[in-house]
Ligand binder design. Structure first.
Ligand code: FAD
Length: 497
């Protein structure tokens, strides 16, 4: 059995939002924080893996929103941690659309189709707004009636680009450019550097005992007095407050049982939020056979099935000589390839490449297929707010339930879906909790003062064999039975092996 630790706040999840919340708390004097992370690493959906001789980003790859009127806080962190990034421009992708016989579509046709698709998206949004978000009045040609080039552009506009709902707050606030992270230490290096400010590190490793890995939270009891958490390995943690930073996909799954169950307003908001699955498949080749000139980093494959190996990127700009391609799949296609063997996926991807570049291209020597949907600690890649989200939905998704505070990219009103959304949400939640703790402190000291004033009365009632609580409740004063804040009663941790 571990010795009990004394803490005020449990943070579930050590992704960007959980770590950002921890930083705010610790920097403001709440040092007795415990971070429970289900996996054996920090970063969550910011995750690198060594593959084909370089470091590839399975999750977030871009710093989105650069060059605008405000500095993107994630770019700020990246600069401070010396992260290597390169400017990446996928707006050219539409001029490199291949048909199934390897021909590139002419510019004129591309421009015309692009304009049509953008107009149709705008019309759809307007109709939705007019109908209060009701999809039933919005008629659109089914994707089966679209041509392969229309499908490729439609995919790029809707699936590849934006998790945010219009208007794109990221672009308005931080700018329209995007930087690709191309650093052997991974995007996650930025998080290590950020965590280092408040957590103990040694030789580049986070060794702080407040950060606990392989702690899968399975049950969560909460009341007006505090929270108790049970983890899969039989540990029990208690605290005054909790910040839950798990993804929207995890909240929609049954990984964590809430006792008592979450109120209806909260569960309805959670279920209303869409989860996007976004998969980057990496392919390693013995040599490159694709064009690598200016404006050719991205190319599209126009197939009659929407989203079928549509969006491709070569890695020569990020890692020259890596001989690597990345193809992005989403939603239904992502789930489909997650369910099949990597060999089958490799065959499909090779067939698409042979359509574009001919039968003589070399076979890929390796493939990497991340499985975000089947990862029970993620259940998807990022949130996608309903097309028309009212203020109520936005508040419900992030508002606390008693002592349970919610954070994560999905709680960011303006930047949901992004790393900067997660980072800013963590900061906001940390600050909201600090405020609540301050209020509770005031309430507690007021109650203590009242109790002090009542002492002479208690002495009297003592002779009548009444308890303090009886005496107080008979006077209709609300004195908490147990104060978690005063005297750092905090977390107790018990593990049963
Ligand atoms: C493939 C992909 C591509 C992306 N591309 C970009 C991009 O280019 N640019 C961009 O800005 N954003 C991108 N994103 C989104 C970005 O990665 C996320 O918005 C952000 O990292 C989310 O951070 P978070 O802290 O909210 O959640 P997470 O990173 O998911 O952190 C939550 C943590 O909770 C842990 N956890 C889950 N369940 C439990 C449990 N029961 N007990 C204990 N711990 C638990 C998880 O292991 C995880 O570490 C991408 C995401 C994916 C998956």
């Amino acid at each position: 059995m571990d010795s009990p630790s004394s803490s005020s706040v449990i943070i579930v999840g050590a992704g960007v939002s959980g770590l950002s919340a921890a930083k705010v708390l610790i920097e403001n004097g709440v040092e007795d924080v415990v971070i429970l992370e289900a996996s054996d690493r920090i970063g969550g959906r910011i995750r690198k893996q060594d593959f084909g001789g370089v470091s590839v980003e399975l999750g977030a790859g871009w710093i989105v929103g650069v060059g605008g009127r405000e500095l993107n806080p994630v770019l700020d962190l990246a600069l401070k941690s010396n992260l290597r990034t390169i400017f990446s421009d996928y707006s050219n992708a539409r001029y490199n659309i291949y048909d199934r016989s390897g021909k590139i579509f002419p510019r004129g046709l591309v421009e015309e189709t692009y304009k049509k698709e953008v107009e149709s998206a705008v019309q759809k949004l307007k109709k939705l707004e007019a109908g209060g978000g009701d999809f039933s009045n919005v008629t659109e040609p089914p994707t089966t009636q679209k041509t392969p080039i229309e499908l490729a552009i439609d995919f790029t506009l809707h699936d590849f680009e934006m998790p945010e709902v219009e208007p794109i707050s990221t672009f308005l606030d931080y700018g329209e450019r995007e930087f690709l992270v191309a650093d052997e230490r991974g995007y996650e290096h930025m998080l290590y550097k950020m965590a280092e400010d408040v957590l103990f590190t040694s030789e580049g490793k986070l060794l702080d005992s407040r950060l606990k890995f392989n702690k899968v939270v399975r049950e969560l009891q909460h009341s007006r007095n505090g929270v108790t958490v049970m983890t899969e390995d039989g540990c029990v943690f208690q605290a005054n407050y909790m910040i839950l930073s798990v993804s929207i996909g995890v909240l929609q799954s049954n990984l964590i049982a809430f006792n008592p169950p979450l109120p209806r307003w909260k569960t309805e908001a959670i279920q209303k939020c869409d989860v996007i699955v976004y998969t980057k498949i990496f392919l390693k080749f013995p040599y490159k056979f694709w064009p690598c000139g200016p404006g050719q980093e991205f190319f599209l494959y126009a197939h009659e099935r929407r989203g079928y190996y549509t969006f491709w990127q070569h890695m020569e700009n990020a890692y020259p000589g890596s001989n690597m391609l990345v193809v992005t799949l989403t939603n239904g296609e992502s789930k489909r390839v997650e369910a099949q063997s990597d060999k089958e996926t490799l065959n499909e991807a090779m067939a698409a490449l042979k359509d574009m570049f001919g039968p003589d291209i070399p076979e890929a020597t390796d493939i990497l297929v991340p499985r975000w949907w089947n990862n029970r600690f993620q259940r998807g890649s990022y949130s996608n707010y309903p097309m028309i989200s009212d203020n109520q939905f936005v508040h419900d998704i992030k508002n606390p339930v008693g002592r349970l505070f919610f954070t994560g990219e999905h709680t960011s009103e303006k930047f949901s879906g992004y790393v900067h959304g997660g980072h800013l949400a963590g900061i906001e939640t940390g600050k909201a909790l600090l405020e609540e703790m301050e209020k509770e402190k005031e309430r507690t000291s007021e109650s203590e003062n009242q109790a002090f004033l009542l002492e002479p009365l208690l002495a009297l009632t003592g002779s009548l064999s009444l308890t303090q609580n009886d005496a107080v409740s008979s006077l209709k004063c609300d004195i908490p039975k147990r104060s978690y804040l005063s005297g750092k009663v905090g977390i107790a941790e018990l593990c049963y092996d």
